[in-house]
Every structure is written in C-alpha cells, then in structure tokens.
Design a protein around this ligand. Sequence first.
Ligand code: GBH
Length: 493
Amino acid sequence: MNLKVLVLCSILIASSLSDDGSKAFPDNFMFGVASSSHQIEGAWNEDGKGENIWDYLTHTKPELVEGGATADITCDSYHKYKEDVALLKDLGVDHYRFSLSWSRILTNGSIGSVNEAGLNYYKNLIKELKDNGIEPFVTLYHWDLPEILQKQGGWIDMFIIDTFLDYARLCFETFGDDVKYWLTFSEPKQTCLSGYGYGTMAPSVSKTGELDYKCTHNLLKAHAKVWHLYDEEFRSTQNGKISIALDSNWYEPEDDTSQNTVSAETKRQFSFGWYANPLFIGDYPEVMKTRIGYRSMHEGRRVSRLPVFTDEEIEYIKGTCDFLGLNTYTSSIIKYEKEQEIRIPWYDWDVGVKEHFASEWPSSASSWLKVTPWGIKKLLNWIKDTYNSPDIFITANGVSDDGSSLNDEIRINYYRDYLSNISSAMEDGVNVIGYTAWSLMDSFEWTSGYSEKFGFYSVDFESENRTRTAKSSVEYFKKVVLTHCLVDSCEED
Ligand code: GBH
C-alpha cells in the first residue's frame, strides 16, 4: 500500500461517521472469498474419491438439474488449485473459505476407508495458501455426503453423528495445526429443509414437516459433539476457533401492524432461530415448539413432529459456537396468513406466513436473490439483539450474473452497498469480525447447473483448461480489501 492510500485511508477511518457516506472497516477485520468442494473440484472419481449424494443425483436424475449438468469436472480445482491460490493472492484476501470433500478423504465415508491421496490434496492446498499468506478457513461439510452413508439413512439416522465425529477428528488431526478457523456445517437448514423436507436438493427426500426436523436434530447433536471434541482435545494445542454457518434472509414485515410484525418474527425464528436458538440460547424457539406441537396434536399424533431435546442435550448444545457464521444474500416480505387447514405435515404451514419479494427490488440471475442491501443491516442488528451480541463472521454473501458480460456492474454495486450497510451495522454496535464474498469463481450451482454465476472470476466450462478470467469486480474488491474503505476518495489517483 503506498503512503497516499494509507494517509487518505486513515483520514477516512478517523471520519468514518461523517455525512459524506465514507465507510471503513477496522485493521483486524478479515476479508476473504469462499467456494465449496463439490462446486469447484471436479475429479469426481479420481485417486480414490468415493461417490457423494450430488454425484449420485446428477448421474441418476439429470432431469432435476438445469441442463442435466454435473460437477464431474466443473472448475477442475482438484488439478488447478495452485492457479486458484494465485488468483486469491492477486485479490489480496486475508482468508479463503473452502470445504473438504468427505468422500475424497474417506472413500466410503467411514473411518476405515482413509484415502491418502485425498488427504494430500488438502495438505497441498493448505500449504499453498499458507505459503502465500492466506488463512485457510475450512468447512467440514458443504452438502456433499458420501452416497453410501445416505444409503444407510444419511442425516435422519443417528449413526451419522459418530460417523461425522470420526471424520472431523481425522481432519483436526491431519490439518489442525495449520487451520485456525473451522466450520462444521455450511447452511444446515439447506441440508435438512431442501434435502429431506422439500426434496429439491440431494438426497432429494421429500418428507417435509418431519424428516427436515429430524435431520436438524441429528445435525445439531453432531455439530455439538464435534465442537466439544475440538474444545477438549485440540483447542489447547491448535488454538483455532470453530463454529457453524447459518443462512437466512432478512424477513421484513409487510407493514407495522402487529399481525405482520408477529408473522415476520415467527418466520425469523423458524428460519434462523431453528438453529441459532439451540446453539446460542438453548433449545428450539418457543414459537416452533408451540406451533408444531399444536398442529401435530390436531393431526392426531401423540407426540410433536418437532423432536424434543433432553435437558442434558440442551446444555450440551448451547454455547458450541466460538463465533456466529452468517450466510445471507437477500430479503423477503412477510405477512400474516390465516391458519391453514390441518391435513398433511408441511414446514411452510408450520411457519404459517405468506412470503414474497417486492416487485421493485432489483433482480439478479437467481430467482431467489433480490438485491436488498438494507436487509443485511437489519438482519445483523436483529442477531445482535436476539443472541446477545455475538461476534459475527459473515461466511458468505454475494450475487449472481448471467455470464453475458465480464463487466459485472451488478456485483460491484452489490458489494459496495452490502458492505456499506455492514459497516453501518457495526456503527450500531454489531460485532462483525470478518466478511467472506461468495464466490471466488463461477462454479456448479447445484440444481441450477452452471446458469447462475457468482464468481469474481469467470470460468470457461467449454475449454479443456477451464480458463479463469477476471470480471470487473476483481479490481473493485481488491481495492476494498487493500484499503478497508468503500469510497472513491480512498483510491489511489
Ligand atoms: C449458498 O446458499 C450456498 O451455500 C452456495 O453453495 C451457493 O453456491 C450459493 O448460495 C449461491 O447459490 O431455487 O428457489 O429453490 C444460499 C442459500 C439456498 C439459496 C437454496 C438458493 C434455493 C432456492 N440458497 N436456495 S430455490
């Protein structure tokens, strides 16, 4: 950083509350970018990697994926990780958030099937990152369950808890000296709600209002067990932090009538509180226990579809996050809905609200993602007030383009406006300690195939070389990372 930038930046930091809208992030604030194993690695069956539930889904039910796409090769990062680290180095980021492929490390998911080549791949990646001064930020599970474990029941069977624990222990033993930031799960709600409830994501099981709750119950126990393992056996020598990345929209009430205000809060509790309440306060939110209990009773059940934690479990799970990992992209508007007739279980009827996007909100290439920068400020403040001011690490935030141009103004505007609102939430007293942009490069977008592009770098999926090309947002993000400022006066002239 040259002197001029430094001086200008210091002035801006000093006057960061000024009316000209200039914003700044503290020196120790961490900036990074993210990806996930299944979305970028490819090499789906190379060097001993076992099949995972997304390999299986794309190979057996191509009709569920846009264009029948697979992640067999995708960005080919398994072979091109050095090139990827060079891109990260060029971006100047403090950390790189990536995930480990369970079935690359353990071919059949269980501890008896260690795959040395898989361990070596991640050892090499971590070394390359550290040699370049980039902090590895590692997710153990980003949706790619070994298929063989799904055949045994997956996240709805309790055996998974100790199977995941074995995998986590191996990862701590193997990589823990070099990894200071761990996440057990990325967006567990997507694993459970989309994977076992709606059935719109792998493993594509549709039993909403039942298996989504059961999956969550096991997953929270698995998370807590892994946190306690780290805390008791690894923390004192490895000195890292471990948490989970929860995802949520900001849910804005349609107006300030009490009915809509209550409905929006109910939605927040079902979406975010479902996980955050057990982890930060203890047990599921009251409104979930009440509503699901009531509807279960009227379905003629003896017990609620929402599983019950024992007092010991509540205590065991509570407090198992060293910070709060937050993935958020957008907002939606919530209004009251009258109680639905009770027939079959359905998560959305358990929530019991109406949800929509305002027509004036700017679109992205993803139908679920509207650009609502003000929403992140409200979400951050709500988290601070609801969960007693935890340290919040933003573990994913970003926007998609349709690939028509490398001049991705939509992304530059998105990051500028979201970061500005994050900075403003920090002025409100929210403890945000880091920010992770999704994503380093365009990649396999699950059931959307390659149609939604979230990357700073575009990838030519037609070329053998999977050529990466910088979009315009690279230059913008680089400046933010370098200066910790968002305004033009922070730039070099
Ligand atoms: C993140 O999820 C994922 O963690 C990441 O892997 C992914 O690449 C990134 O988003 C961008 O998509 O199509 O209406 O059924 C964000 C939360 C949850 C948003 C699933 C899309 C599907 C909505 N995602 N959701 S819909």
